[in-house]
Design a protein around this ligand. Structure first.
Ligand SMILES: *[C@@H]1O[C@H](CO)[C@@H](O)[C@H](O)[C@H]1NC(C)=O
Ligand SMILES: *[C@@H]1O[C@H](CO)[C@@H](O)[C@H](O)[C@H]1NC(C)=O
Ligand SMILES: *[C@@H]1O[C@H](CO)[C@@H](O)[C@H](O)[C@H]1NC(C)=O
Ligand SMILES: *[C@@H]1O[C@H](CO)[C@@H](O)[C@H](O)[C@H]1NC(C)=O
Ligand SMILES: *[C@@H]1O[C@H](CO)[C@@H](O)[C@H](O)[C@H]1NC(C)=O
Length: 429
């Protein structure tokens, strides 16, 4: 079943990868939960006053931004527009806008500085599009423009990773006050009182309805029950109240799951104990994304909706469950690193479904934009916590065996540049 399905769905591109692919999927299906779920742990962070710091860099953006879907080089049409997502990481001697000392909103698993990551080079880079100038994020200006507005970052733990970066940057001007959190601190809302700006992170890792059976340590007792024709109301209930949103999902679809539609079980992804048809995670990912995008494209939303592509991991010499690491110290250049098959499959589905939805959205007057951070993130194998997801992992034993995180990002770190891009797209999109 699985083989036939893939052949039919991936006629030329993936056939040769099939064996490798199925094996990888098997492992991901069985065991992906550990890193991703453990990374979902969060301890309640108390908000306390931050040192004041003012950013003085006010630069004038020069070139409008293209949000075209560019799948491969031969499809690139050279227009007068600048592709903000095509470029290089360039040295940034001034370093990050915040540190572990100035921002107390960084969750411990991503706080590489505090956790004792010894090399500092990864902090001194910024994203630079090839054909235009990308001004650095200006927190004071952002706060001013966003008076009375509501932002929401919707999706999985990478969204939470991102919201912390955004909050840390803005908090150099005005301190964020947490005004809401759910029981597990996975969804949270902050308010900037002086600017009346609200920023929320909404935890809904599948975007569609899901029943997840797992304890606090991420040990799951059963497959995820995934309802591919029901959107999760955690975000849809808020949808019309949000002025700017960033939506993303991805890696959670690799997990073992039972797929439901129209109150019927369609099949599953990796459920050997059940007598069900293996449909592959790509089946569910495409269906769920199409449903999400269609909801957005056919809505009458008046704000701005960014669909962010999922970000690649950088486990090398193994996967996360087999001793993979990410101990590089500097970015790579475009073309130096291949995106892994799984990431590529997710990405291709994202780009295809976005392209379809974008047409419909523009006919409908919905402002749907692609935030394609995957390629620029691929160039930052140096930006992950690695072993420094834990505090001082080698304090007692130089050779300690520790779980590496090559999926989330150090803060400060590469994600900070996403804010440069978002600001540019908001101002000149
Ligand atoms: C910040 O990180 C440095 C090491 O880079 C460390 O010495 C310092 O204690 C950390 N500060 C906090 C508040 O964690
Ligand atoms: C923000 O809302 C307040 C109260 O409704 C209003 O007085 C003010 O003009 C608004 N500011 C902006 C920039 O929209
Ligand atoms: C804050 O913004 C909201 C809209 O998001 C508006 O309804 C409210 O009146 C504003 N409050 C103040 C004090 O400006
Ligand atoms: C959903 O199921 C009902 C019966 O349970 C059926 O009548 C209907 O056609 C189904 N709809 C779709 C879209 O499959
Ligand atoms: C599995 O399902 C198929 C078709 O639905 C059925 O023919 C078969 O008997 C089932 N096997 C078991 C072990 O339940």
């Amino acid at each position: 079943m699985k083989i036939d399905y893939f052949k039919q769905k991936f006629p030329h591109k993936y056939k040769q990868l099939l064996v490798k692919f199925v094996i990888v999927i098997f492992f991901f299906g069985v065991a992906f939960r550990f890193l991703f779920f453990h990374s979902e742990e969060i301890s309640p962070v108390l908000e306390s006053p931050l040192p004041e710091k003012t950013e003085a860099s006010v630069s004038v953006p020069e070139t409008p931004v293209s949000t075209e879907v560019v799948e491969n080089a031969d499809q690139v049409s050279r227009t007068e527009k600048c592709d903000i997502f095509s470029g290089d990481w360039i040295p940034n001697p001034s370093g990050p806008a915040y540190t572990n000392e100035s921002c107390n909103l960084i969750e411990s698993h991503q706080n590489c500085m505090t956790n004792g990551r010894p090399d500092k080079g990864y902090l001194y880079w910024r994203w630079s599009p090839r054909d235009c100038e990308l001004p650095q994020f200006d927190p004071a200006r952002f706060l001013n423009i966003m008076r009375n507005k509501t932002w929401a970052l919707i999706g999985d733990s990478i969204q939470r990773n991102h919201v912390q970066s955004l909050l840390c940057m803005l908090s150099t001007v005005e301190q964020a006050v947490m005004v809401y959190h759910d029981e597990e601190y996975k969804s949270r809302t902050w308010h900037f009182p002086t600017h009346n700006l609200t920023i929320a992170v909404i935890w809904t890792p599948f975007l569609v309805e899901a029943v997840i059976f797992e304890d606090q340590n991420g040990v799951s007792s059963s497959e995820v029950e995934l309802y591919l024709d029901k959107l999760n109301n955690k975000w849809t209930d808020e949808y019309q109240n949000i002025d700017y949103m960033i939506i993303s999902t991805g890696k959670w679809f690799l997990k073992s799951a039972i797929y439901h539609e129209n109150d019927t079980v369609l099949g599953c992804h990796y459920c050997p104990k059940r007598n069900l048809t293996e449909l592959g995670f790509n089946f569910a990912y495409r269906k769920a994304l199409r449903f999400v995008m269609d909801y957005i494209a056919s809505s009458d939303h008046k704000g701005v909706i960014f669909f962010r592509t999922s970000t690649p991991d950088h486990f090398e010499n193994g996967e996360w469950f087999s001793g993979g690491t990410c101990d590089r110290k500097a970015p790579v250049k475009e073309g130096e690193m291949e995106m892994k098959d799984l990431n590529k499959i997710l990405r291709d589905i994202e780009l295809e479904e976005f392209a379809k939805a974008a047409e419909k959205a523009s006919r409908n007057g919905v402002n749907l934009k692609l935030l394609d951070v995957a390629p620029l993130s691929l160039l930052r194998p140096d930006g992950h916590p690695g072993p420094y997801r834990e505090f001082q992992p080698f304090a007692h034993d130089q050779n300690a065996k520790v779980q590496n995180d090559c999926l989330h990002w150090c803060l400060p770190g590469p994600i900070d540049s996403w804010n440069d891009i978002i600001m540019e797209m908001v101002l000149n999109g």
